[in-house]
Design a protein around this ligand. Sequence first.
Ligand SMILES: [Zn+2]
Length: 124
Amino acid sequence: MDVERTKQYYDQLTEKDLCQCAYCKTYAKEIKTALPRLTAYLNRLGVDIEKPFEVLPLDESPESMEYLGVQYVVMGTAESFREITVDQARIYTTESHPNTGIEGEHFVIEIVPDKPFRLKRSEF
Ligand SMILES: [Zn+2]
């Protein structure tokens, strides 16, 4: 993986590049506070946790939203990436994702928690 290029990729992503559905917006707003260790881990890869490629929604209530998992783009090749568990979430590379539309070498990681992420529902 290429941490520098990954950072550059996330830096140039703006709000209009990101999904604006309630699941994605809630995730972006709450995930850092909810999972600081996962935030720090992704940061070391150059990945901005607030800019997911895809979230995998599970359920919602008036108070919270739940997620089965989330996917992120990482630049470079997947060769050096090793599966790891952080904040009780398994992180591994996946081929099962929508087309990223990105030119150049990159791959997608999927993060799947033991128990679905449950995040406080926020107002926008
Ligand atoms: Zn969305």
